[in-house]
Design a protein around this ligand. Structure first.
Ligand code: 5RP
Length: 232
């Protein structure tokens, strides 16, 4: 079975949690895209839902698949967000933002009563940090912001190279919000909640890819089948 088949299986399992009338957060990335496509099939068959997309890419996918969209101005709370992740640890803390949509993803997840993460089982790790941590920053004052991030890393016992994310053709990657992303190769993050709190307090850091306390359930698809892990 291909990786893509596994991602679609995870998406299909999460779809079982969707009920008529729900307001949904729609994640970003190749796994979340499967969820949007499968959701579109259910909508065509009569399911009534509305979705808030977490990126312009997901907005385009949802429109193509016929999923009705709304905004967080027009609805109070979302019932459920389904999104992918770059890493998941045994406490169900996450690294997200490999696709560059972390800011909207976190806003949408925080506005949801429940977040289900869908992934192939290669995303499950003992400790977060092998995947470079995305940190979304304002371009103004970047040198000062970088130094403050380095100081936060030192206080948290981590270090590693920091790269401004580039597109394939070598241009700086610009997020949907007009910001840049620093990818920090930390290797292993001993205390993700503590590092998240440190990064939250740095002026110039718009958001970061540590999703702490947000995922309620993780659906992992692997060669042996599907494993569903709930936050204790
Ligand atoms: O956080 C994300 C985008 O910002 C994605 O959810 C994450 O990168 C996983 O993507 P994929 O499902 O393609 O592996």
């Amino acid at each position: 079975m291909s990786m893509d088949d596994l991602k679609r299986q995870a998406a299909a399992r999460a779809l079982e949690q969707v009920q008529d009338g729900m307001k949904l957060g729609l994640g970003t990335g190749s796994t979340a895209k499967h969820f949007v496509e499968l959701l579109g099939e259910r909508v065509k068959a009569g399911l009534k839902v509305v979705g808030v997309p977490t990126s312009e890419a997901t907005r385009a996918d949802a429109e193509r698949c016929g999923v009705p969209l709304t905004t967080l101005e027009d609805v109070d709370r979302l019932d459920l967000t389904v999104d992918g992740a770059d890493e998941v640890d045994p406490h169900l803390e996450l690294i997200k933002g490999g696709g560059g949509a972390l800011l909207r993803e976190k806003i949408v997840a925080a506005a949801s009563d429940r977040m289900i993460v869908i992934a192939d089982d290669s995303k499950w790790v003992d400790a977060l940090g092998r995947f470079p941590l995305p940190i979304e920053v304002i371009p103004f004052g970047l040198g000062a912001t970088r130094r403050a991030i380095e100081a936060a890393f030192a206080q948290n016992g981590v270090s590693g190279p920091m790269d401004i994310r580039k597109t394939k053709d070598g241009h700086v990657f610009v997020t949907d919000g007009g910001h840049w992303i620093i990818d920090a190769r930390l290797g292993r993050i001993p205390d993700p909640p503590k590092l998240a709190a440190s990064l939250n307090s740095i002026p110039g850091v718009v958001e970061h890819g540590l999703f702490i306390g947000l995922a309620r359930t993780v659906v992992l698809a692997g060669a042996q089948g599907i494993r569903v892990v709930d936050r204790p």
